[in-house]
Design a protein around this ligand. Structure first.
Ligand SMILES: [Zn+2]
Length: 452
């Protein structure tokens, strides 16, 4: 990187920190509908101050998605995605400093949203401002979309993407990003699993009754647990016919990428507080199953009396929530149909099934030229081969909408000031300032190099 840019970045670290503090000082909690309009206005004005032409992408009942476009010198167009909302800060008593009073301690900035993902908004803004100051203009066109509902599953992003698809077109997309792993290897992530979230309800009797009547009354609780048991074998195999039909086996290149990732068994054991994993899984096989196994998980189970003492009751109602994590090319709508058909066929047609969330799995192939290009640039930047996660175990619902309505290749690149200990979504969320400087630096490098 040239000395003019290096000097600029060094002399503006303070401004970058101020920028991030300004973003973090305002609560913008989508789960509580708190502060979203104010935050949207701040984000819009920050983009405008950075020469972006902005627009509010609106659909009914959603906070505005802020969109900005900054034309550059070259033909290349890049789409950036971020979100301006954060998780609720509770429980407040576990914070060492108030969540919306950004505080620097021992080289770290503590605040709700600092790592997820206002830090990356600040890092990208700072990089773009630096390039404008040093080079006069960007080498490529940047289109930037910043939504306010990511932390509640982006319920309106599909509508936004459908309505405003032409604005989101680009040669490639950089989603909310990754960082550098403990060995300093740049991290890339190429997609996430899909999700089907359903609620199952059984009504046995009209009212809760004395359990002495159990010999003659239907039991909602038994009926529900028996239906649940029918869904999944003890070894974890999902018993719904056709559940695995669309599962595409992982590509050779994906398995090679997984095998090249550091072993994280001990880290995971410590963070989950378990002695062993299912089936004694370890190393590569643990990684492989995490990435590529679809699941049927009981996320919640409710019936009867669970308070102090005992109560001999036959509960009228039982409810369960189930999440299915889906892998390419499973389709949540197809799985929902198969679930309902299976329950009916097993004699559980009376169970009320309500779907509350559905997102498809999304994965950009490792061989995609955009992925190859970013991987090559990240390698050149750090002098270390990237750590590539082909498919993350979680779900980003917005990716399905982007693929459906815009259809551009995308990935998470290491321009985000995050590390494994960020405490995202938890009390004392923070970033390391050194990661922030590196993220700005990397984003400058990437924007220039992508245009080249
Ligand atoms: Zn996030």
């Amino acid at each position: 990187m040239d000395t003019a840019l290096e000097a600029y970045l060094l002399s503006h670290e303070h401004d970058t920190l101020r920028l991030l503090e300004e973003l973090c000082r305002r609560p913008s909690i989508s789960a509580q509908g708190r502060g979203l309009m104010e935050m949207a206005a701040l984000v819009e004005s920050l983009l405008q101050e950075t020469d972006f032409r902005t627009q509010r992408l609106t659909v009914p009942a959603a906070p505005p998605v802020i969109y900005g476009e900054l034309p550059g010198a070259g033909d290349y167009t890049l789409l950036l995605y971020n979100h301006y909302d954060v998780q609720p800060p509770e429980p407040l008593e576990l914070w060492q400093s108030p969540p919306f009073e950004p505080t620097v301690r021992e080289g770290k900035l503590y605040a709700r949203g600092s790592s997820d993902n206002k830090g990356e908004i600040a890092a990208r803004l700072a990089a773009i401002r630096a390039l404008l100051a040093v080079d006069g203009r960007l080498p490529l066109t940047v289109r930037w979309v910043i939504e306010g509902e990511e932390e509640i599953g982006s319920p309106h992003f599909g509508e936004v993407a459908a309505r405003y698809a032409p604005l989101l077109r680009a040669d490639g997309a950089l989603w909310e990003g990754e960082g550098f792993d403990p060995e300093g290897r740049p991290e890339l992530c190429l997609g996430t699993k899909g999700l089907l979230y359903v609620q199952l309800e059984v009504q046995g009797t009209g009212i809760d009754t004395h359990s002495g009547a159990a010999p003659v009354l239907p039991s909602a609780a038994w009926r529900l647990v028996q239906a649940l048991a029918a869904l999944r074998a003890p070894d974890g195999t999902v018993r719904i016919p056709g559940f695995y039909d669309a599962v595409r086996p992982p590509a050779e290149e994906d398995l090679r990428a997984l095998a090249d990732l550091p072993v994280i068994d001990d880290l995971l054991r410590a963070s989950y507080q378990v002695e062993t994993f299912l089936d004694g899984l370890s190393g590569f096989h643990l990684r492989e199953r995490l990435a590529f196994a679809p699941t049927c998980n009981i996320a919640g189970l409710l019936s009867g009396y669970t308070g102090a003492g005992s109560k001999t009751v036959l509960p009228a109602r039982a409810m369960a929530r189930i999440d299915f994590r889906l892998v390419p090319d499973q389709d949540p709508a197809d799985i929902l149909r198969k679930l309902q058909a299976f329950l009916a066929e097993q004699g559980y047609g009376d169970i009320l099934v309500t779907c509350t969330e559905a997102s498809e799995p999304v994965k950009t192939p490792l061989a995609d030229p955009f992925v190859q290009r970013i991987a090559a640039l990240a390698t050149a930047y750090e002098g270390k081969r990237p750590a590539i996660t082909p498919l993350a175990a979680g779900t980003l619902p917005l990716l399905g909408a982007l693929r459906r309505y815009v259809g551009l290749p995308g990935l998470s690149a290491p321009g985000n000031p995050v590390y494994w200990g960020n405490a995202a979504h938890a009390p004392n969320e923070h970033i390391r300032l050194a990661d922030l400087w590196r993220a700005v630096h990397f984003n400058c490098y990437l924007l220039r190099a992508l245009a080249g």
